[in-house]
Design a protein around this ligand. Sequence first.
Ligand code: ADP
Ligand code: MN
Length: 195
Amino acid sequence: AAAPRYPRRNPNIIVTGTPGTGKTTHCEALAARIQEAQADADADSPLREMRHIAVNDVVRDQTCHDGFDDALQSWIVDEDKLLDALEGDMTSTQGGCIVDWHACDLFPESWVDLVVVLTADTESLYDRLKERNYPEAKLQENMDAEIMQVLLQEAQEGFAEEVVVPLGSNTPDDMESNVDRIVSWITQWRKDHAD
Ligand code: ADP
Ligand code: MN
C-alpha cells in the first residue's frame, strides 16, 4: 500500500520559552503576516492557511484551569482539558497552528512539526519581567528557568532533534529575523510536503 499522506497541509508550530522571552510578540508579528497574506486575494502565500492560537486565551475562555494562583499570579492549568480544547485544530488536515505556550512537553509529538524555543539574555529578561510587576518568587523562578535552559531541555527531551530550533530574542532586530526565519521554514515545509 502507498505510504499515508502527511496528516496536515500546513505545519503545526509551538512557540515556547520562559515567560518574557517574546512568544506573544513573535506570534502576533506572525499573525500580522498571516493577515496580510489572507488579505491579498491573488497571492499564493504559504501563510494563507496558518493561524495563531493564543493558548492563554484558550485556557481562560474555555476554562482549562482549576482557578487562579494568587501567589504566582497565574492560572492553575488543567493540561488534559487544554489538550482537549486544542485537539480539533491541531489534528485537523488544515494544521497550520502557531501555538504560543510556556511549555511544550504536554503536546503529543505527532501533533507538532516545529518547536521554536525563544531565549533571552538574563538582563533583558529581568527587565521585561520587572516591568510586568511579577511577584519576586515568580520572577526568580523564571530567571532560574531561563538560566538553566529548562524549556530547551524540555523541547529536546520531547521532540526529535531536527524539530527543535532555539532562537535568541534580545532585540527588535532579532524578532524580525526570527519571524522571517519561521516564515521561510513554513514555505520550505510546504514544498517538502506537497503532493
Ligand atoms: P512572552 O509571551 O514570552 O511572555 P512577550 O512577547 O509578552 O513575552 O514579551 C515580553 C516583553 O518583552 C514585551 O514587552 C515585549 O515587547 C518585549 N520583547 C519580547 N521580545 C523582544 C525582543 N526580541 N526585543 C525586544 N523586546 C522584546
Ligand atoms: Mn505571552
